[in-house]
Design a protein around this ligand. Structure first.
Ligand code: AMP
Ligand code: ZN
Length: 466
């Protein structure tokens, strides 16, 4: 029975989806104004494992992520420049180019980490009409107000459940920690639903309140409603998102939709450097690309999964190097099993079955990856002591490792095997070049012979006129 730690109740709860057998899951995506760093790698790897494990358990999962390509301002008090626009000026290119460039880098890096793409990845700029509609609904219901300057704010004091997630109350929290606050707010804790664009603002749209752009939080409320409905199962993000981002999402959605926003809020702890959050704006980050120049991405993924998603985790290169070395040993065990069994796995029995059971129990307990890995290491030890004749046992152990490959998203097979697809492509390019040369030399007999042989093995070749 799967249990998930719910940030709403601050305890582990049995997971019960709204519709039996199906799960709707939303995770806040990146703000695409810089290259992805190890902090992103941590959050999205952990949610990838959650996605994978839900699928492993037989759920049909609709996993939605957003791409924040507008509206995330530099200042916390709804002031300051848009992060994307600031970067666009710095690089002297269009803000849409900035967003697309870093979105591409994000998916490239996530791909290298073997993170599955979500079922839907949606950009904030793709849902502006729906955002305007939701803001209008909030105004109509009396929770939003338009200022003389043309900004629209959410009136926090009117929403009695504000603080339900972060447990912050209006008295103990809200404005005090902010450095500067937009000066046309009725109250400092109110937050922007829509911002009026200044003349030099680059990404802006017409709205009933003049030319402007959305506040940061409203995109997630709009996208969840569009793709997952008014109430859905799981909402995720880093713990830095709890306040103000997720608190504001809850307020907006519950006002606009008139019902509960989400059943389980899941928050991933942060990756820190010397105890401080790794972040783009703090400048203390190491990009995924830099890391992958030094370490196999699978070693990095293994490093991440050695920690529970709710534990703090500090970055050192030594810790990644140690994890990578340990991961190589796991790969060696996999190779030994493959060699012994010629790749034929079997249903785990006996010791292998026990290990698989303990791995799924660990994952059922709020996705306890370090415990699952401890069981995997126990299995590796057994593989080390396997004698040549123990092929049947090896088949069961291989079966377990293949299941773990899917659940944890770790690739155990060697580099040679992984790159064989790439080699095949290269080989096909060479064959195509040879045939093209033959045809230029009018040696059609040999060129056709190669084509026929390829066709016999199921590869169709189409010739252009020479
Ligand atoms: P951002 O690109 O800052 O909008 O962040 C996108 C997601 O990555 C959010 O869910 C953040 O919580 C998460 N994230 C950013 N920095 C870190 C970090 N240092 N450790 C873990 N997650 C992070
Ligand atoms: Zn969000």
């Amino acid at each position: 029975m799967l249990k998930i730690y719910n940030s709403f109740t601050k305890q582990k709860e049995v997971f019960r989806p709204i519709v039996e057998g199906k799960v709707g899951m939303y995770v806040c995506g990146p703000t695409v104004y810089g290259p992805p760093h190890l902090g992103h790698a941590r959050t999205y790897t952990n949610f990838d494992v959650i996605y994978r494990y839900l699928m492993y358990k037989g759920y049909k999962v609709k996993y939605v992520q957003n791409i924040t390509d507008v509206g995330h301002l530099v200042g916390d008090g709804d002031d300051g420049e848009d992060k994307i626009q600031k970067q666009a000026k710095k690089e002297d290119i269009d803000p849409y180019e900035i967003a697309y460039k870093y979105e591409t880098l994000y998916f490239d890096a996530m791909g290298k980490l073997n993170i599955l793409k979500p079922s839907i990845s949606a950009r904030a700029t793709g849902v502006i009409p729906e955002i305007i509609e939701m803001v209008q609904t909030i105004i109509d219901k009396g929770y939003g107000y338009v200022t003389k300057a043309g900004n629209v704010y959410f009136s926090v004091r009117k929403f009695k459940n504000y603080g339900q997630l972060s447990r912050r109350t209006l008295d103990n929290n809200l404005s005090g920690e902010r450095i500067t606050v937009a000066d046309d707010k009725e109250a400092p804790e109110d937050f922007a639903l829509w911002k009026r664009a200044e003349k030099n603002h680059l990404m802006k749209w017409n709205s009933p309140w003049g030319e402007g752009y959305p506040g940061w939080h409203i995109e997630c409320s709009t996208l969840t409603k569009k793709f997952l409905g008014k109430t859905f199962d799981i909402h995720g993000g880093g713990i830095d998102n709890i306040f103000p981002h997720h608190e504001c999402e809850c307020a907006q959605s519950e006002v606009a939709n008139g019902q509960k926003f989400v059943n389980y809020f899941v928050h991933n702890n942060l990756l820190t450097v010397n105890g401080t959050k790794m972040g783009k704006s703090l400048g203390n980050f190491i990009t995924c690309e830099e890391l992958f120049n030094e370490f196999d991405p699978m070693g990095v993924r293994y490093f991440i999964l050695q920690f529970s998603y709710r534990s703090p985790m500090d970055f050192t290169k030594k810790a990644i190097a140690d994890a990578s070395a340990q991961f190589e040993k796991i790969k060696d065990a996999y190779k030994k099993l493959e060699n012994m069994t010629h790749g034929a796995s079997d249903k785990p029995t006996g010791e292998a079955e026990d290990i698989l059971k303990r791995i799924t129990e660990a994952m059922d307990d709020d996705f306890n990856t370090p415990l699952a890995i401890a069981e995997l290491l126990r299995l590796v030890k057994i593989v080390g002591s396997l004698g040549e004749g123990e092929v049947e046992k090896a088949k069961g152990l291989l079966g377990v490792m293949q299941k773990v490959e899917f659940i944890l998203g770790l690739k155990f097979e060697g580099e040679e095997k992984r790159s064989s697809g790439e080699n095949e492509e290269k080989l096909m390019d060479i064959i195509a070049e040879v045939r093209s040369k033959l045809r230029q030399e009018k040696n059609y007999a040999l060129s056709d012979f190669i084509r026929d042989k390829l066709q016999e093995s199921g590869i169709t070749v189409k010739d252009k006129k020479v």
